[in-house]
Design a binder for this molecule. Sequence first.
Ligand code: ASP
Length: 305
Amino acid sequence: MHAIAIHGGAGTLPRAEMTPDQEATYRAGLAAALDAGYAVLEDGGTSLDAVTVAVRILEDDPLFNAGRGAVLTHEGTVELDASIMDGRTLAAGAIAGVAHIRNPIELARAVMEHSPHVMLIGTGAEEFAHTRNIAFVANDYFKTETRKAQLRRVLVGDTRPANELSALGTVGAVARDQAGNLAAATSTGGMTGKRYGRVGDSPIIGAGTYADNGSCAISATGHGEYFIRTAVAHDICARVAYGGATLQQAADAVVMGRLAKMGGEGGIIAVDASGQVVMSFNSEGMFRGARSSGGKREIAIYRDR
Ligand code: ASP
């Protein structure tokens, strides 16, 4: 069975504040990415290509916290992080703190495929991007009015929880292709008001992203500091690989158990070696979608839909 799942972050608006129009726009954005990624799998393409295509579409969509529409740093700039992993070879690529790369997921993939390294940061990562003909944009390209307003609220000390400020977000995709190979990709602007070069879990292999054909592929979203400390993505795969847990059991034990106990808000999407998709989150909602050759197609935001 081939399958793909995507997420657009755990930072949904509280349900009471989401207008029907807003909800419809988010669902359409998710559907575009989901169906484009699924089409790659349906055509016999690789899971790596499917997750790259889906994440690139979400990066280009100003609604989601990645690429265009990413959240702003304390200084009002945009700094982007992304990572990708190939479950067949355990090859991985990641970038952090880049400010001018139009599609960070493409640079993460270039690091994986065309450098001897796993992670490049900041200006060095951008220097490498020049050698690979990656598209550059001005930092202003990423900024939207919504994100500027969110930053103003955070800077005046609005103390509502992170999700109510929509400070959480991130996009990601996981897939299993017809050849049985798994892949995962994650891309983010991080958290609103971040400072001092802060980097969250999204570009950290084993925290925000992991893929291993022997167990599963994971992309996470949420309060990154907690996801790093609990090595969320690798922990879930390890429970499947060595602990004999099903993907659902493993995901719930980590997201609803360990993470929730520490106060780590967020969730994950996952696919296992058989193509089964699992999505688990402890936040009020998580923008998400899944589609498989088994006939499943689902787009959801809140717990029940
Ligand atoms: N995990 C991301 C980070 O901490 C943010 C998010 O997913 O909301 O940078």
